[in-house]
Structures are given as C-alpha cells and as structure tokens.
Write a protein that binds this ligand. Structure first.
Ligand code: NAP
Ligand code: MG
Length: 483
C-alpha cells in the first residue's frame, strides 16, 4: 500500500497543479484531531484554470471520443479502482473518520459506478418522432459541455462516482470541488482516471474552501451544469449563483427519512436494518433513516429491542472498525451535541445510548449514538436533519396517521415501509412524498442502478441509474423536411 503524501495539489489537465494563492489547508484526522497533510487552497484563479482545461477537452479530444471509447475508459477506471480498494478505503477512513470497512465499501461502490456508467455510455440514444408528411424528426442527447460537481464530505467516492461517472459517460468534461474535509481519495481516483485513458482536461479537481473555490465554481459563466450535494442552505445559494448565468442545477440536499413499521412487520428482518440506517457513517448520510414510526401495538416492544441494540453500539477510531467512528469535524460534533441538549431541555426521553470507547484519543470528534423515544411531530428533533447518530421514535395509531407523520417533514428523500400486507405496501408507497420508497428493506444495498433524489427541501433532479444520464445531457430536436 502506498504511503499517503503529505502535500496534495489540484488535479488539472491530468497533472498536479499548485494553488495560485500558494496557500494550503490543514488535513485533519477526525479520530485524533491531528494534522497529517496539507491541501491546496483553491480560489477563483484555480477554478478558472480548470474550466479552461475542461472546455479545451470538451471542444477537443474528449468531445471527439466516441461513446464506446468513453465507456471503455470508464470500465478500465473501474478496474483500476477495484485494484486500489484497500489503499483508497484506508485513505478515506483516515481522512473522514469512517470505520475502515465503510471506506472499503465506498471504494467498491465507486468501482461499481464506473462499471455501470462505462456500460451505459454507448446506450444513450434519442427517438424518432412521427410528424407531418414530408418530415423526419429525431432527438439526440448531447452533453452539456463543462459540468461542475460540488461534493460533500460524507461519501466523497460514492457521490463522485454517481455524478462524475454519469457526466463523463454522457460526454461532458468535469470540474470537481470536493469538500475541504474529504479530498484525498478523490485526488488519487483522478490519477487513476488519467491512467485509465481520460485525456487531459476531461476531469479536473480543485480543492479549497466552499466559500472560495466552491463559490467560484457556482459563479463561473463557463460552467454549463452544476451537480450539488450538501445542505439546503448552501444548495440554495449555489442555485442562485448558477441562475445568474442560466446554468441548470441538480440539488441533493439531505433528508429526515422515515422508517415506518406496522404491527405485522417481520421485526427480526427489520431490526438490524432500522439500526444500520441511522448509524452507518455515524448518521452522516443524506438518506439516513432518522425517524422510526411505529404502530402503537408494537411500539413498546420495538423501542425495547432498539434500545438493546443501541446500548451495544461502540464508537472508536476509524482503524478500530467499530459500529461507529468519530464525526467528521468539530463543527459537526457541536451541531449534534446542540441537538441532543435541545432534546433534553425540551423534555425528550433518551431511551438508550451507545458508548464511546474509554481510551479514544482526546482530540477526536466522538459522539455516542442516541435513541429518543416518544418524540412528537412538532419537535425540532422530528423535523430537522441532525446529520449524526440520533434516531427518533414516534408512535402511530393507524395507517392514515402513519402516512401523515411520514409526510410531516420539510424533506422528502427516502422512506422505508415494513409490513407484510401487499395492498398497504402499495398504498403507502404511492402516498409518501419522497424520491425513493423501500418496502421491507432500506437503501437497497447501495443501489447504483436506482434513480435517486428528492422532493421538497431534499432537492430536485435525479442521480444514479440510467436516469442520471438524462440529467447530464441536453436534448436536441432535429426536424428535417424532405418532400
Ligand atoms: P455544505 O456547506 O452544504 O457543503 C457541501 C459542499 O458545498 C462542500 O463541498 C462545501 O465545501 C461546498 N460549499 C460550501 N459553501 C459553498 C458555497 N458558498 N458555494 C459553493 N460550494 C460551497 O455542508 P457542510 O457545511 O459541510 O455541512 C452542514 C450540513 O449540511 C450537515 O450538517 C448536513 O445537514 C448537511 N449535509 C448534507 C449532505 C448530503 O449528503 N445531503 C452532505 C454534507 C452535509 P467545503 O466543505 O469545503 O466548505
Ligand atoms: Mg479530514
């Protein structure tokens, strides 16, 4: 395995490029708070350089690369990532604090995204449309040109895979701004892309702060489409900036996703899934199942079972590979603690907590997971996204109330429904206002193939699956008169 370098630079035109400002950002290990590397602090000048490189590629070699060859490059890239899973997983785990097996899972998912979009690149075609006599009308899907990708810190490799993988398959050249807390794996992945055959400029990464490099990307008139994943506030700001130059945007903004459990549910199957849906990645998952809605008849029993599971959860450094690692940074730790203090001040009952190992390094960002019981729907904890390992449990009396509670949220990303009643499954699935509904499962094992995205404050547009390719293209209609 390679030793991680201590200084990381931008990746533009297939080479490492120093920050125009000459400044850097400290890279922190969330497990102990130590600084173990430095990162280029990008500004508008670096973004400009990356956009120029991408435009040159889009108008040049990359733009002329056939779909089948684009697909082969992505497929080769996927194989290179698969070979590097151990290295990428360990790097990600150190950089973001996630347990090692989650880092490895993310790297495997990235390889799978490249495999999927590599296979899809030459299968994206338009239609012929019947029109008046003497006409032939057809549609073609064309790349936007230069696409911008603003990636959060929670799943950098997976979100890069679903967004950049699809954009490149569709023929766009990309400029990527990862979160300052999670850049290292993506720089390594970009090097593998060059090795797989991506020509210079097809993929460019500029690291830096959101308010500097990220804002410069959203503002840049040379960007033809932006894919953003992150908070509703920053998403709104990015969309406003993009609107100033009529740039379309896809927003994926998180959620407060319900997991709804009816009396007839298979609790043995549901229980581990309910717990994992909130503790995975320390709850820092946009699609975390953070509200569990439970039928009155099984409420006490299921809360008891959940409490037992929560008490057994262990939190420790990323390398110890326990149930949970630390949170990403101090700010996130503070945010989660503020929510828990507000919950207690508001009289909510903490039904159970996990525990942080007694000997964790003092500088790490550790938080024990918590289960809050009997949370009313007008409570802050029911309505707002904590983005940490906090599960709220709420009782419902009947199906109508279950549906009303599920939809009583400013968000609409994912929902899970647990019942053996087929008609109820479909009534619930049709009634819930989210982008995805899982019946007797949750998250569907990653779901590279499954269109993903939200409604309401969870955002708009779809990534993942074949659907993403439509978002990363623009449709042209050609009408030919030949009578
Ligand atoms: P954030 O501000 O939305 O950051 C997301 C991405 O946007 C990062 O790459 C960030 O860069 C960048 N960014 C920040 N300000 C920007 C700007 N003015 N213009 C363009 N890009 C900008 O999220 P956060 O502050 O890291 O986390 C806050 C909360 O957001 C979390 O507690 C959670 O609720 C939510 N969140 C959701 C997701 C999700 O998957 N939906 C992911 C992460 C966070 P920097 O990180 O370098 O500033
Ligand atoms: Mg870090």
């Amino acid at each position: 395995m390679l030793q991680a370098p201590s200084k990381y630079q931008h990746f533009i035109d297939n080479v490492a490029v120093a920050a125009a400002s000459g400044e850097s950002i400290a890279v922190v290990d969330p497990s102990d708070g130590s600084v173990f590397a430095q990162l280029a602090r990008g500004t508008a000048a670096d973004i400009d350089k990356a956009v120029i490189a991408a435009r040159r590629a889009a108008d040049g070699v990359w733009g002329k690369t056939t779909p089948v060859e684009r697909g082969r490059i992505l497929a080769r890239w996927g194989l290179l990532v698969a070979d590097a899973v151990a290295e990428l997983g360990a790097l990600e785990s150190r950089d973001t604090g996630k347990p090692l097996r989650q880092g490895l899972a993310d790297a495997n998912a990235l390889a799978r995204y490249f495999e999927f979009y590599g296979g899809a690149a030459d299968k994206l075609h338009g239609q012929t449309i019947p029109y008046q006599n003497g006409y032939t009308v057809l549609t073609i899907r064309e790349p936007h040109g230069v696409t911008g990708h603003i990636i959060p810190w929670n799943y950098p490799m997976q979100i890069f895979g679903r967004s950049v993988g699809a954009a490149l398959a569709a023929g766009n050249a990309c400029v990527v701004k990862p979160a300052e807390d999670a850049c290292l794996s993506l720089i390594r992945v970009a090097e593998l892309g060059a090795q797989a055959g991506l020509p210079p400029g097809a993929l460019n990464i500029v690291t830096g702060l959101g308010s500097e490099a990220g804002q410069a990307l959203a503002d840049h008139p040379g960007i033809d489409h932006i894919s953003f994943t992150g908070s509703p506030e920053t998403g709104k700001r990015v969309a406003q900036s993009a609107a100033a130059h009529h740039c379309p945007v896809t927003l994926e903004l998180g959620g407060k996703s319900p997991q709804i459990v009816f009396e007839d549910a298979d609790l043995d199957a549901a229980l581990p899934v309910l717990v994992n849906a909130i503790i995975q990645n320390c709850g820092q998952t946009c699609s975390a199942g953070s509200r569990v809605l439970i039928a009155a008849g099984i409420y006490d029993r299921l809360v008891g079972l959940l409490a037992e599971r929560f008490q057994a959860l262990r939190v420790g450094p990323s390398t110890s590979d326990l149930d949970l690692g630390p949170l990403i940074n101090e700010k996130q730790l503070h945010r989660v603690r503020e929510y828990l203090s507000a919950a207690q001040a508001g009289g909510l009952e903490i039904a159970a907590s996990g525990s942080v190992l007694p000997d964790v390094p003092g500088g790490g960002f550790y938080q024990a997971p918590a289960l809050l019981a009997s949370v009313p729907s007008d409570n802050l904890l029911f309505q707002q996204e904590v983005f940490g390992p906090v599960l709220v449990a709420t009782r419902f009396q009947d199906e109508a109330q279950a549906l009303a509670l599920a939809n009583d949220s400013p968000y609409g990303l994912v929902a899970g429904v647990w019942t053996r009643d087929g008609a109820r499954q479909m009534r619930m699935a049709r009634g819930i206002r989210t982008g995805q509904v899982f019946l007797n499962n949750y998250g569907a094992g990653g779901g590279v193939e499954l269109p993903f995205g939200g409604v309401k404050q969870s955002g708009y547009g779809r990534e993942k699956g074949f659907e993403a390719l439509y978002g990363f293209t623009t449709l042209k209609t050609i009408a030919m008169r030949h009578d």
